[in-house]
Design a protein around this ligand. Structure first.
Ligand code: BES
Ligand code: MN
Ligand code: ZN
Length: 512
Protein backbone atom coordinates (compact mmCIF):
# COMPACT_ATOMS: atom_id res chain seq x y z
CA UNK A 1 0.00 0.00 0.00
CA UNK A 2 1.35 3.41 -0.93
CA UNK A 3 1.53 6.12 1.75
CA UNK A 4 -1.00 8.26 -0.07
CA UNK A 5 -3.51 5.47 0.26
CA UNK A 6 -2.90 5.19 3.96
CA UNK A 7 -3.60 8.81 4.59
CA UNK A 8 -6.33 9.65 2.18
CA UNK A 9 -9.78 10.50 3.43
CA UNK A 10 -11.26 7.27 2.18
CA UNK A 11 -9.10 5.17 4.40
CA UNK A 12 -10.47 7.01 7.41
CA UNK A 13 -13.99 7.70 6.24
CA UNK A 14 -14.84 4.35 4.69
CA UNK A 15 -16.88 2.86 7.50
CA UNK A 16 -18.60 6.17 8.11
CA UNK A 17 -19.79 6.34 4.52
CA UNK A 18 -20.89 2.72 4.58
CA UNK A 19 -23.01 3.33 7.66
CA UNK A 20 -25.23 5.55 5.55
CA UNK A 21 -24.31 8.83 7.21
CA UNK A 22 -24.87 10.65 3.93
CA UNK A 23 -28.27 12.26 3.70
CA UNK A 24 -30.64 10.43 5.94
CA UNK A 25 -34.19 10.66 4.65
CA UNK A 26 -36.65 12.74 6.65
CA UNK A 27 -38.97 10.87 8.94
CA UNK A 28 -42.41 10.98 7.28
CA UNK A 29 -45.62 10.57 9.15
CA UNK A 30 -48.94 9.69 7.50
CA UNK A 31 -52.50 8.87 8.34
CA UNK A 32 -53.54 11.95 10.29
CA UNK A 33 -55.91 14.90 9.93
CA UNK A 34 -54.30 16.78 12.75
CA UNK A 35 -53.20 20.32 11.96
CA UNK A 36 -50.27 21.67 13.97
CA UNK A 37 -50.68 24.46 16.55
CA UNK A 38 -47.44 26.19 15.61
CA UNK A 39 -44.13 25.65 13.80
CA UNK A 40 -43.58 25.32 10.05
CA UNK A 41 -46.28 24.57 7.52
CA UNK A 42 -46.53 24.04 3.77
CA UNK A 43 -49.91 24.48 2.15
CA UNK A 44 -50.73 23.78 -1.49
CA UNK A 45 -53.31 25.90 -3.28
CA UNK A 46 -54.93 25.62 -6.69
CA UNK A 47 -54.87 28.30 -9.37
CA UNK A 48 -56.46 31.43 -7.98
CA UNK A 49 -55.30 30.60 -4.44
CA UNK A 50 -57.96 27.99 -3.65
CA UNK A 51 -57.66 26.19 -0.32
CA UNK A 52 -59.14 22.83 0.70
CA UNK A 53 -61.07 22.16 3.92
CA UNK A 54 -57.92 21.61 5.96
CA UNK A 55 -56.36 24.65 4.31
CA UNK A 56 -59.33 26.75 5.37
CA UNK A 57 -59.00 25.42 8.91
CA UNK A 58 -55.37 26.45 8.81
CA UNK A 59 -56.40 29.87 7.57
CA UNK A 60 -58.86 30.21 10.45
CA UNK A 61 -56.09 29.39 12.89
CA UNK A 62 -54.21 32.38 11.50
CA UNK A 63 -57.27 34.57 11.84
CA UNK A 64 -57.53 34.85 8.07
CA UNK A 65 -54.01 36.23 7.68
CA UNK A 66 -53.03 33.34 5.38
CA UNK A 67 -55.79 33.92 2.82
CA UNK A 68 -55.24 37.66 3.28
CA UNK A 69 -51.58 37.33 2.34
CA UNK A 70 -52.41 35.16 -0.67
CA UNK A 71 -54.74 37.92 -1.85
CA UNK A 72 -52.50 40.88 -1.10
CA UNK A 73 -49.52 39.23 -2.77
CA UNK A 74 -51.69 38.46 -5.81
CA UNK A 75 -50.52 34.87 -5.61
CA UNK A 76 -51.73 33.17 -8.77
CA UNK A 77 -51.38 29.56 -7.65
CA UNK A 78 -49.68 28.66 -10.90
CA UNK A 79 -47.88 25.30 -10.78
CA UNK A 80 -44.69 25.55 -8.74
CA UNK A 81 -45.14 29.20 -7.69
CA UNK A 82 -43.95 29.62 -4.12
CA UNK A 83 -44.72 32.24 -1.49
CA UNK A 84 -42.92 32.20 1.85
CA UNK A 85 -44.76 33.91 4.71
CA UNK A 86 -42.75 34.25 7.92
CA UNK A 87 -44.38 34.79 11.28
CA UNK A 88 -48.01 34.17 10.39
CA UNK A 89 -49.08 33.65 13.98
CA UNK A 90 -49.41 31.10 15.46
CA UNK A 91 -47.04 29.57 12.92
CA UNK A 92 -43.32 30.24 12.58
CA UNK A 93 -43.59 30.15 8.81
CA UNK A 94 -46.14 29.19 6.16
CA UNK A 95 -44.99 28.32 2.65
CA UNK A 96 -47.74 28.50 0.04
CA UNK A 97 -47.15 26.47 -3.13
CA UNK A 98 -49.27 26.71 -6.28
CA UNK A 99 -50.51 23.54 -7.96
CA UNK A 100 -52.15 25.06 -11.04
CA UNK A 101 -55.55 23.95 -12.28
CA UNK A 102 -54.86 20.63 -13.99
CA UNK A 103 -55.28 17.14 -12.56
CA UNK A 104 -51.92 16.04 -11.19
CA UNK A 105 -50.02 12.90 -12.22
CA UNK A 106 -47.23 11.23 -10.27
CA UNK A 107 -44.53 13.33 -11.86
CA UNK A 108 -46.38 16.56 -10.93
CA UNK A 109 -46.79 15.35 -7.37
CA UNK A 110 -43.08 14.55 -7.13
CA UNK A 111 -42.29 18.06 -8.36
CA UNK A 112 -44.70 19.62 -5.88
CA UNK A 113 -43.15 17.60 -3.04
CA UNK A 114 -39.74 18.77 -4.23
CA UNK A 115 -40.84 22.41 -4.25
CA UNK A 116 -41.82 22.01 -0.59
CA UNK A 117 -38.40 20.57 0.28
CA UNK A 118 -36.65 23.42 -1.52
CA UNK A 119 -38.70 26.19 0.11
CA UNK A 120 -39.56 24.97 3.60
CA UNK A 121 -37.53 24.38 6.74
CA UNK A 122 -38.09 21.04 8.43
CA UNK A 123 -35.39 21.22 11.06
CA UNK A 124 -37.96 21.41 13.85
CA UNK A 125 -40.59 19.43 12.01
CA UNK A 126 -42.96 20.38 9.21
CA UNK A 127 -46.64 19.89 8.43
CA UNK A 128 -47.72 19.61 4.79
CA UNK A 129 -51.35 20.40 4.01
CA UNK A 130 -52.29 19.11 0.57
CA UNK A 131 -56.05 18.61 0.51
CA UNK A 132 -56.54 21.30 -2.16
CA UNK A 133 -54.70 19.13 -4.69
CA UNK A 134 -56.60 17.55 -7.55
CA UNK A 135 -54.66 14.30 -7.96
CA UNK A 136 -55.30 11.96 -10.86
CA UNK A 137 -53.58 9.08 -9.03
CA UNK A 138 -53.94 7.22 -5.73
CA UNK A 139 -51.75 7.84 -2.71
CA UNK A 140 -50.98 11.45 -3.59
CA UNK A 141 -49.49 11.97 -0.11
CA UNK A 142 -46.96 9.20 -0.71
CA UNK A 143 -45.93 10.71 -4.03
CA UNK A 144 -45.51 14.11 -2.40
CA UNK A 145 -43.32 12.48 0.24
CA UNK A 146 -41.15 10.86 -2.43
CA UNK A 147 -40.69 14.21 -4.16
CA UNK A 148 -39.96 15.83 -0.83
CA UNK A 149 -37.30 13.23 -0.01
CA UNK A 150 -35.64 13.80 -3.39
CA UNK A 151 -35.64 17.59 -3.12
CA UNK A 152 -34.36 17.41 0.45
CA UNK A 153 -31.27 15.33 -0.46
CA UNK A 154 -27.84 16.60 0.60
CA UNK A 155 -24.53 14.74 0.48
CA UNK A 156 -23.05 15.56 3.88
CA UNK A 157 -20.63 12.68 4.45
CA UNK A 158 -17.57 14.94 4.43
CA UNK A 159 -19.06 17.97 6.16
CA UNK A 160 -17.66 18.07 9.67
CA UNK A 161 -18.89 21.40 10.96
CA UNK A 162 -21.37 23.60 9.16
CA UNK A 163 -24.24 22.78 6.89
CA UNK A 164 -25.39 19.68 8.66
CA UNK A 165 -29.03 20.18 9.46
CA UNK A 166 -31.10 17.45 10.98
CA UNK A 167 -34.47 16.75 9.49
CA UNK A 168 -37.44 16.84 11.82
CA UNK A 169 -40.63 14.88 11.35
CA UNK A 170 -42.51 15.71 8.14
CA UNK A 171 -46.25 15.17 8.64
CA UNK A 172 -48.54 14.79 5.63
CA UNK A 173 -51.74 16.21 7.08
CA UNK A 174 -54.85 14.65 5.61
CA UNK A 175 -53.09 11.53 4.39
CA UNK A 176 -54.55 8.09 4.96
CA UNK A 177 -53.48 4.50 5.35
CA UNK A 178 -53.13 4.09 1.59
CA UNK A 179 -50.50 6.86 1.53
CA UNK A 180 -48.62 5.25 4.37
CA UNK A 181 -48.71 1.82 2.74
CA UNK A 182 -47.65 3.17 -0.66
CA UNK A 183 -44.72 4.98 0.88
CA UNK A 184 -43.58 2.23 3.21
CA UNK A 185 -43.88 -0.66 0.77
CA UNK A 186 -43.01 1.07 -2.48
CA UNK A 187 -42.14 4.74 -2.96
CA UNK A 188 -39.92 4.97 0.10
CA UNK A 189 -37.79 2.23 -1.46
CA UNK A 190 -37.59 4.18 -4.68
CA UNK A 191 -36.30 7.13 -2.64
CA UNK A 192 -33.72 4.80 -1.07
CA UNK A 193 -32.63 3.60 -4.51
CA UNK A 194 -32.17 7.15 -5.76
CA UNK A 195 -30.34 8.10 -2.57
CA UNK A 196 -27.99 5.15 -3.02
CA UNK A 197 -27.23 6.24 -6.60
CA UNK A 198 -26.67 9.86 -5.52
CA UNK A 199 -24.40 8.84 -2.67
CA UNK A 200 -22.28 6.66 -4.97
CA UNK A 201 -22.12 9.39 -7.61
CA UNK A 202 -21.08 12.01 -5.06
CA UNK A 203 -18.27 10.03 -3.40
CA UNK A 204 -14.86 11.27 -4.52
CA UNK A 205 -12.36 9.06 -6.31
CA UNK A 206 -10.18 8.69 -3.23
CA UNK A 207 -13.01 7.07 -1.30
CA UNK A 208 -14.66 5.04 -4.02
CA UNK A 209 -12.95 2.50 -6.22
CA UNK A 210 -14.33 -0.72 -7.70
CA UNK A 211 -14.16 -2.88 -4.57
CA UNK A 212 -15.56 -0.03 -2.43
CA UNK A 213 -18.46 0.36 -4.84
CA UNK A 214 -19.16 -3.34 -4.43
CA UNK A 215 -19.15 -3.00 -0.64
CA UNK A 216 -21.58 -0.06 -0.68
CA UNK A 217 -23.97 -2.05 -2.84
CA UNK A 218 -23.61 -5.21 -0.76
CA UNK A 219 -24.44 -3.17 2.35
CA UNK A 220 -27.52 -1.66 0.69
CA UNK A 221 -28.83 -5.11 -0.27
CA UNK A 222 -28.23 -6.74 3.10
CA UNK A 223 -31.35 -8.68 4.12
CA UNK A 224 -33.18 -8.07 0.82
CA UNK A 225 -34.97 -11.25 -0.30
CA UNK A 226 -34.59 -13.09 -3.62
CA UNK A 227 -31.37 -11.28 -4.47
CA UNK A 228 -28.14 -12.94 -5.58
CA UNK A 229 -24.97 -10.87 -5.67
CA UNK A 230 -21.98 -12.09 -7.67
CA UNK A 231 -18.63 -10.31 -7.69
CA UNK A 232 -15.98 -11.16 -10.27
CA UNK A 233 -12.49 -10.00 -9.30
CA UNK A 234 -9.57 -9.34 -11.66
CA UNK A 235 -8.66 -13.04 -11.91
CA UNK A 236 -12.26 -13.97 -12.73
CA UNK A 237 -12.52 -11.16 -15.27
CA UNK A 238 -9.34 -12.35 -16.97
CA UNK A 239 -10.47 -15.98 -16.83
CA UNK A 240 -13.78 -15.07 -18.46
CA UNK A 241 -11.90 -13.40 -21.31
CA UNK A 242 -13.15 -9.86 -20.64
CA UNK A 243 -10.06 -8.25 -22.08
CA UNK A 244 -11.68 -4.88 -22.66
CA UNK A 245 -12.85 -4.41 -19.07
CA UNK A 246 -9.51 -5.73 -17.82
CA UNK A 247 -7.62 -3.42 -20.17
CA UNK A 248 -9.40 -0.30 -18.92
CA UNK A 249 -8.72 -1.20 -15.30
CA UNK A 250 -5.12 -2.32 -15.61
CA UNK A 251 -3.55 1.12 -15.13
CA UNK A 252 -4.98 1.55 -11.64
CA UNK A 253 -3.78 0.18 -8.30
CA UNK A 254 -7.47 -0.59 -7.72
CA UNK A 255 -8.38 -3.74 -9.68
CA UNK A 256 -11.54 -3.83 -11.75
CA UNK A 257 -14.62 -5.78 -10.68
CA UNK A 258 -17.76 -7.04 -12.34
CA UNK A 259 -20.67 -6.72 -9.92
CA UNK A 260 -23.88 -8.58 -10.72
CA UNK A 261 -27.06 -8.16 -8.71
CA UNK A 262 -29.90 -10.44 -9.72
CA UNK A 263 -33.39 -10.04 -8.32
CA UNK A 264 -35.73 -12.87 -9.16
CA UNK A 265 -39.28 -11.58 -8.65
CA UNK A 266 -40.71 -13.66 -11.50
CA UNK A 267 -39.89 -16.74 -13.55
CA UNK A 268 -39.74 -14.83 -16.81
CA UNK A 269 -36.48 -14.30 -18.67
CA UNK A 270 -34.79 -11.28 -17.08
CA UNK A 271 -34.42 -7.68 -18.09
CA UNK A 272 -30.68 -6.96 -18.06
CA UNK A 273 -29.46 -3.52 -16.99
CA UNK A 274 -25.79 -2.80 -17.68
CA UNK A 275 -24.32 0.35 -16.14
CA UNK A 276 -20.93 1.96 -16.73
CA UNK A 277 -18.96 2.11 -13.50
CA UNK A 278 -15.78 4.14 -13.96
CA UNK A 279 -14.94 5.18 -10.42
CA UNK A 280 -12.71 7.92 -11.84
CA UNK A 281 -12.02 8.80 -15.45
CA UNK A 282 -8.72 10.62 -15.94
CA UNK A 283 -8.84 9.65 -19.60
CA UNK A 284 -5.90 7.31 -19.05
CA UNK A 285 -2.85 7.85 -21.29
CA UNK A 286 -5.14 9.98 -23.50
CA UNK A 287 -5.36 12.17 -20.43
CA UNK A 288 -8.08 14.76 -20.01
CA UNK A 289 -7.40 18.45 -19.39
CA UNK A 290 -7.83 19.47 -15.74
CA UNK A 291 -10.81 21.72 -16.28
CA UNK A 292 -13.87 19.90 -14.86
CA UNK A 293 -11.90 16.69 -14.47
CA UNK A 294 -13.03 16.51 -10.81
CA UNK A 295 -16.44 15.77 -12.15
CA UNK A 296 -15.23 12.45 -13.57
CA UNK A 297 -15.65 11.08 -10.03
CA UNK A 298 -19.23 10.61 -11.23
CA UNK A 299 -18.34 8.48 -14.23
CA UNK A 300 -19.99 5.59 -12.43
CA UNK A 301 -23.45 7.15 -12.65
CA UNK A 302 -24.75 4.38 -14.90
CA UNK A 303 -23.72 1.61 -12.51
CA UNK A 304 -24.99 3.62 -9.55
CA UNK A 305 -28.41 4.04 -11.19
CA UNK A 306 -28.57 0.32 -11.97
CA UNK A 307 -27.85 -0.52 -8.32
CA UNK A 308 -30.54 1.93 -7.20
CA UNK A 309 -33.18 0.66 -9.63
CA UNK A 310 -32.62 -2.99 -8.73
CA UNK A 311 -32.70 -2.07 -5.03
CA UNK A 312 -36.07 -0.32 -5.39
CA UNK A 313 -37.59 -3.21 -7.39
CA UNK A 314 -36.30 -5.86 -4.99
CA UNK A 315 -37.37 -4.01 -1.85
CA UNK A 316 -40.91 -3.50 -3.10
CA UNK A 317 -40.94 -7.15 -4.26
CA UNK A 318 -41.86 -6.23 -7.82
CA UNK A 319 -42.99 -9.18 -9.99
CA UNK A 320 -40.06 -8.84 -12.29
CA UNK A 321 -36.83 -10.66 -12.96
CA UNK A 322 -33.99 -8.18 -13.33
CA UNK A 323 -30.22 -8.48 -13.52
CA UNK A 324 -27.99 -5.49 -12.87
CA UNK A 325 -24.54 -5.86 -14.42
CA UNK A 326 -22.00 -3.30 -13.25
CA UNK A 327 -18.51 -3.35 -14.76
CA UNK A 328 -16.28 -1.30 -12.45
CA UNK A 329 -12.83 0.13 -13.13
CA UNK A 330 -10.70 3.20 -12.56
CA UNK A 331 -9.26 4.75 -15.74
CA UNK A 332 -5.73 5.86 -14.80
CA UNK A 333 -2.51 6.62 -16.67
CA UNK A 334 0.43 4.55 -15.45
CA UNK A 335 3.13 2.33 -16.86
CA UNK A 336 0.68 -0.54 -16.70
CA UNK A 337 -2.06 1.33 -18.52
CA UNK A 338 -3.28 0.55 -22.01
CA UNK A 339 -2.01 2.87 -24.77
CA UNK A 340 -3.48 4.21 -27.99
CA UNK A 341 -2.82 1.60 -30.66
CA UNK A 342 -3.13 -1.35 -28.27
CA UNK A 343 -5.47 -4.16 -29.24
CA UNK A 344 -7.78 -5.78 -26.68
CA UNK A 345 -9.84 -8.95 -27.06
CA UNK A 346 -13.41 -8.75 -25.81
CA UNK A 347 -15.29 -11.64 -24.23
CA UNK A 348 -16.91 -12.59 -27.54
CA UNK A 349 -13.47 -12.92 -29.13
CA UNK A 350 -13.90 -9.76 -31.20
CA UNK A 351 -10.90 -7.45 -31.05
CA UNK A 352 -10.76 -3.69 -30.49
CA UNK A 353 -7.97 -1.30 -31.40
CA UNK A 354 -7.66 1.53 -28.89
CA UNK A 355 -7.62 4.93 -30.60
CA UNK A 356 -8.26 6.82 -27.38
CA UNK A 357 -7.93 5.44 -23.88
CA UNK A 358 -10.50 8.08 -22.93
CA UNK A 359 -13.20 6.20 -24.86
CA UNK A 360 -13.21 3.63 -22.04
CA UNK A 361 -16.87 3.31 -21.09
CA UNK A 362 -17.77 1.47 -24.29
CA UNK A 363 -14.91 -0.97 -23.55
CA UNK A 364 -16.39 -1.83 -20.16
CA UNK A 365 -19.81 -2.23 -21.66
CA UNK A 366 -18.83 -4.23 -24.73
CA UNK A 367 -17.76 -6.97 -22.30
CA UNK A 368 -20.60 -6.43 -19.81
CA UNK A 369 -23.35 -6.77 -22.41
CA UNK A 370 -21.80 -9.96 -23.77
CA UNK A 371 -21.54 -11.39 -20.27
CA UNK A 372 -25.17 -10.45 -19.57
CA UNK A 373 -26.40 -12.25 -22.69
CA UNK A 374 -24.24 -15.36 -22.14
CA UNK A 375 -25.06 -15.72 -18.50
CA UNK A 376 -28.73 -14.66 -18.33
CA UNK A 377 -30.35 -14.81 -21.79
CA UNK A 378 -32.31 -11.62 -21.12
CA UNK A 379 -35.46 -10.68 -23.04
CA UNK A 380 -34.36 -7.05 -23.09
CA UNK A 381 -31.05 -5.28 -22.51
CA UNK A 382 -30.58 -1.70 -21.39
CA UNK A 383 -27.24 0.11 -21.05
CA UNK A 384 -26.87 3.25 -19.06
CA UNK A 385 -23.65 5.23 -19.17
CA UNK A 386 -21.99 8.63 -18.95
CA UNK A 387 -20.50 7.76 -22.30
CA UNK A 388 -19.92 10.88 -24.38
CA UNK A 389 -19.64 14.64 -24.08
CA UNK A 390 -21.26 14.61 -27.50
CA UNK A 391 -24.56 13.27 -26.08
CA UNK A 392 -24.45 15.95 -23.40
CA UNK A 393 -24.04 18.65 -26.04
CA UNK A 394 -26.79 17.19 -28.25
CA UNK A 395 -29.54 16.67 -25.69
CA UNK A 396 -28.47 19.04 -22.90
CA UNK A 397 -29.55 18.81 -19.28
CA UNK A 398 -33.21 18.20 -20.15
CA UNK A 399 -32.92 14.84 -21.85
CA UNK A 400 -30.72 11.80 -21.76
CA UNK A 401 -29.92 10.44 -25.21
CA UNK A 402 -31.57 7.16 -26.13
CA UNK A 403 -30.17 5.02 -28.95
CA UNK A 404 -31.79 1.85 -30.27
CA UNK A 405 -31.65 -0.16 -33.47
CA UNK A 406 -35.26 0.66 -34.28
CA UNK A 407 -37.13 3.91 -33.70
CA UNK A 408 -40.34 2.39 -32.21
CA UNK A 409 -38.33 1.16 -29.24
CA UNK A 410 -36.87 4.65 -28.77
CA UNK A 411 -40.37 6.12 -28.89
CA UNK A 412 -41.50 3.62 -26.28
CA UNK A 413 -38.59 4.75 -24.13
CA UNK A 414 -39.69 8.38 -24.55
CA UNK A 415 -43.01 7.36 -22.98
CA UNK A 416 -41.25 5.65 -20.10
CA UNK A 417 -39.19 8.79 -19.62
CA UNK A 418 -42.19 11.09 -19.74
CA UNK A 419 -44.02 9.02 -17.12
CA UNK A 420 -41.00 8.66 -14.85
CA UNK A 421 -39.95 12.30 -14.78
CA UNK A 422 -36.64 11.46 -16.49
CA UNK A 423 -36.95 12.35 -20.16
CA UNK A 424 -35.05 10.86 -23.08
CA UNK A 425 -34.67 11.91 -26.72
CA UNK A 426 -33.51 9.66 -29.56
CA UNK A 427 -30.21 9.82 -31.43
CA UNK A 428 -29.57 7.57 -34.44
CA UNK A 429 -27.67 4.33 -34.95
CA UNK A 430 -26.95 3.88 -38.65
CA UNK A 431 -24.98 1.13 -40.48
CA UNK A 432 -22.58 3.92 -41.34
CA UNK A 433 -21.65 4.22 -37.66
CA UNK A 434 -20.40 0.64 -37.79
CA UNK A 435 -18.42 1.35 -40.96
CA UNK A 436 -16.76 4.29 -39.22
CA UNK A 437 -15.27 2.06 -36.55
CA UNK A 438 -13.59 -0.39 -38.91
CA UNK A 439 -9.94 -0.83 -37.92
CA UNK A 440 -6.92 -1.55 -40.07
CA UNK A 441 -5.53 -4.24 -37.78
CA UNK A 442 -8.39 -5.32 -35.44
CA UNK A 443 -12.11 -6.06 -35.85
CA UNK A 444 -13.06 -2.54 -34.76
CA UNK A 445 -11.53 0.53 -33.17
CA UNK A 446 -12.95 2.20 -30.07
CA UNK A 447 -13.54 5.56 -31.74
CA UNK A 448 -13.46 6.88 -35.25
CA UNK A 449 -15.18 8.87 -37.95
CA UNK A 450 -16.70 11.89 -36.31
CA UNK A 451 -16.77 10.58 -32.76
CA UNK A 452 -20.10 10.99 -31.03
CA UNK A 453 -22.76 9.25 -29.01
CA UNK A 454 -23.73 6.97 -31.90
CA UNK A 455 -20.16 5.76 -32.41
CA UNK A 456 -20.02 4.85 -28.71
CA UNK A 457 -23.24 2.86 -29.05
CA UNK A 458 -21.93 1.12 -32.19
CA UNK A 459 -18.85 -0.15 -30.33
CA UNK A 460 -21.06 -1.72 -27.65
CA UNK A 461 -23.43 -2.96 -30.36
CA UNK A 462 -20.85 -5.33 -31.86
CA UNK A 463 -21.49 -7.63 -28.90
CA UNK A 464 -25.29 -7.27 -28.78
CA UNK A 465 -27.40 -9.88 -30.63
CA UNK A 466 -29.26 -8.26 -33.55
CA UNK A 467 -32.64 -9.63 -32.49
CA UNK A 468 -32.44 -8.58 -28.83
CA UNK A 469 -34.43 -5.46 -27.89
CA UNK A 470 -31.57 -3.20 -26.87
CA UNK A 471 -31.72 0.27 -25.39
CA UNK A 472 -28.66 2.44 -24.91
CA UNK A 473 -28.93 5.50 -22.65
CA UNK A 474 -26.15 8.09 -22.71
CA UNK A 475 -26.60 10.13 -19.54
CA UNK A 476 -23.45 12.29 -19.71
CA UNK A 477 -25.56 15.47 -19.80
CA UNK A 478 -28.03 14.68 -17.03
CA UNK A 479 -26.29 12.78 -14.25
CA UNK A 480 -24.92 15.86 -12.53
CA UNK A 481 -26.99 19.01 -12.07
CA UNK A 482 -25.43 22.47 -12.02
CA UNK A 483 -28.86 23.96 -11.41
CA UNK A 484 -31.45 22.50 -9.09
CA UNK A 485 -34.78 21.11 -10.21
CA UNK A 486 -37.52 20.52 -7.60
CA UNK A 487 -36.55 16.86 -7.28
CA UNK A 488 -32.80 17.18 -7.87
CA UNK A 489 -30.66 19.61 -5.87
CA UNK A 490 -27.34 20.79 -7.35
CA UNK A 491 -25.03 17.78 -7.48
CA UNK A 492 -25.51 14.17 -8.40
CA UNK A 493 -29.02 13.51 -9.70
CA UNK A 494 -29.12 9.72 -9.51
CA UNK A 495 -30.53 9.99 -13.03
CA UNK A 496 -31.88 6.73 -14.36
CA UNK A 497 -33.24 5.14 -11.20
CA UNK A 498 -36.71 6.54 -11.83
CA UNK A 499 -36.48 5.80 -15.55
CA UNK A 500 -35.52 2.16 -15.04
CA UNK A 501 -37.96 1.87 -12.16
CA UNK A 502 -40.79 2.91 -14.47
CA UNK A 503 -39.57 0.48 -17.13
CA UNK A 504 -39.53 -2.38 -14.60
CA UNK A 505 -43.05 -1.51 -13.43
CA UNK A 506 -44.24 -1.74 -17.04
CA UNK A 507 -42.37 -4.99 -17.64
CA UNK A 508 -43.58 -6.58 -14.39
CA UNK A 509 -45.44 -9.84 -14.73
CA UNK A 510 -49.04 -8.78 -14.25
CA UNK A 511 -50.27 -12.38 -13.99
CA UNK A 512 -48.83 -12.91 -10.51
N1 BES B 1 -16.75 9.85 -19.20
C1 BES B 1 -16.53 10.47 -20.46
C2 BES B 1 -17.77 11.14 -21.04
C3 BES B 1 -18.26 12.37 -20.36
C4 BES B 1 -17.83 13.61 -20.80
C5 BES B 1 -19.18 12.31 -19.35
C6 BES B 1 -18.31 14.74 -20.24
C7 BES B 1 -19.68 13.44 -18.78
C8 BES B 1 -19.24 14.67 -19.23
C9 BES B 1 -16.07 9.43 -21.47
O1 BES B 1 -15.34 8.37 -20.96
C10 BES B 1 -15.22 10.13 -22.47
O2 BES B 1 -14.17 10.55 -22.10
N2 BES B 1 -15.71 10.24 -23.70
C11 BES B 1 -14.99 10.89 -24.75
C12 BES B 1 -15.00 9.98 -25.95
C13 BES B 1 -14.05 10.39 -27.01
C14 BES B 1 -12.62 10.19 -26.54
C15 BES B 1 -14.32 9.55 -28.23
C16 BES B 1 -15.69 12.21 -25.06
O3 BES B 1 -16.92 12.25 -25.04
O4 BES B 1 -15.00 13.18 -25.26
MN1 MN C 1 -13.27 8.78 -20.88
ZN1 ZN D 1 -15.70 7.92 -19.01
Amino acid sequence: MTPSRLFNAGFLAGTLALSGAAAAMPDFSFNTDELPDDGDVVVYVTAGGGLGDLGRELDEATGGRLSGAIEVMEFSGEFGETLTLPAVAPFRQVVVIGAGDEALGTRDLHDLGGHAAMAADDEDGLAIVFDALDAAVDAAGAHLALGYALGDYRFTTYKTVDDIRDDGEVVLVGSGRADQRAFETDLGHLAEGITLARNLGSEPGNTLWPQRFVEHVQAAFEDVDDVTITVLDADDIRARGMGALMGVGQGSIHDPRLLVVQYRGSDDAPIALAGKGITFDTGGISIKPNENMWYMKSDLSGAAAVAGAVLAAAKREENVHVVGVMPLAENMPSQDAIRPGDVLTTMSGKTVEIMSTDAEGRLLLVDAVYYAQQEFEPRMLLNIATLTGSAARATGAEYAAVITRDLPLSLEMMEVGEASGEDVWPLPLHPNHFTQIESLIADIKNTGGSPGASIGAAVIGINVAEDLPWVHLDIAGVDWRDEATPTAPVGHAGWGVRFMDELLRREADQAQ
